[in-house]
Design a protein around this ligand. Structure first.
Ligand code: SAM
Length: 261
């Protein structure tokens, strides 16, 4: 299994358990891009966690998604929006067919794209002055003691980059490493202007079942051998149940914006 296909095998779980993106983030992107009635392109749309938020604001969308199982759920989730078109394939192989867009966005998917080609591909897809919006959802655990106990389970089972790897107090007001890396690459690229990074923060409670579903849908857990993953998840479930039956986090939405010159 290639790493980029880890999501399709749990597409329904992914869709049920993963959080979406802050409404304020969608407003910020639209205020920046001013797409009017023009179509935007979304790269790595998955099951539509961000897609639906943009489609419900009346934005026509072309969604590029390589995994057919994710695309199937995406089609279902966007069935009530006739202006959403799903094109199955990787962004690197995608044929824009002469179309240029005023907005391209990627929600938790930029890091899956070929780092040697993604800036050229974005540049080719955008019209002059077109906006690029990249965003991610890091989260921090509110209960410091619980954070420490979760870290111990992760350490024992070799879980790397789990979503409870940081306490909420470790997050400042500035966006984190995803945005910082995008900003640095974009500056090196030199074909973009008006670079901005913004962090949104909101409180979120997962009950134990939803949090387990969320973990199961993450690459950090998908790449573990099955038995190891089951053990890590079972211990995590017991711990959360002992802490009141769930976990409280601060969910960030970190947004990077730039436009072509
Ligand atoms: C973490 S998921 C994010 C999905 C969705 N945007 C969301 O916010 O829930 C990453 C997505 O990127 C897709 N992906 C992976 N490689 C890709 C590529 N080369 N081109 C476009 N999408 C890709 C995956 O299939 C997956 O749906």
């Amino acid at each position: 299994m290639t790493r980029s296909k880890v999501f399709g095998e749990v597409a329904e779980l992914y869709d049920a358990a993963r959080p979406g993106y802050a409404d304020a983030l969608v407003s910020e992107v639209l205020a920046y891009a001013e797409p009017g009635g023009h179509a935007a392109v979304e790269v790595g749309a998955g099951t539509g966690k961000a897609t639906v938020s943009f489609a419900s604001r009346g934005i026509p969308l072309v969604c590029v998604e390589p995994d057919p199982r994710m695309a199937e759920v995406l089609r279902r989730n966007t069935a009530r929006y006739p202006d959403v078109r799903v094109e199955v394939g990787g962004f690197e192989e995608w044929e824009a067919g002469g179309r240029r867009f005023g907005l391209l966005f990627a929600a938790t998917s930029w890091h899956w794209l070929d780092p040697h080609r993604r800036w050229d591909l974005v540049h080719a897809a955008l019209e002059p002055g077109g906006a690029l919006a990249l965003f991610w959802n890091p989260q921090g655990v509110l209960d410091v003691e619980l954070h420490g106990e979760l870290a111990e389970i992760d350490r024992r089972h070799g879980v790397v980059n789990s979503p409870h790897g940081e306490p909420a107090s470790g997050y400042r007001d500035d966006p984190g490493s995803w945005c910082q890396e995008a900003d640095a690459e974009c500056r090196r690229d030199g074909r973009f202007t008006d670079l901005r990074s913004v962090r949104f923060r909101r409180a979120l409670h997962y009950d134990t079942d939803r949090y387990l579903g969320h973990l199961t849908s993450l690459t950090a857990y998908r790449v573990l051998p099955d038995e190891r993953r089951e053990q890590a998840l079972a211990e995590t479930a017991r711990l959360l149940d002992a802490h009141g039956g769930g976990i409280d986090v601060h969910l960030m939405s970190d947004l990077f914006l730039a436009r072509t010159v």
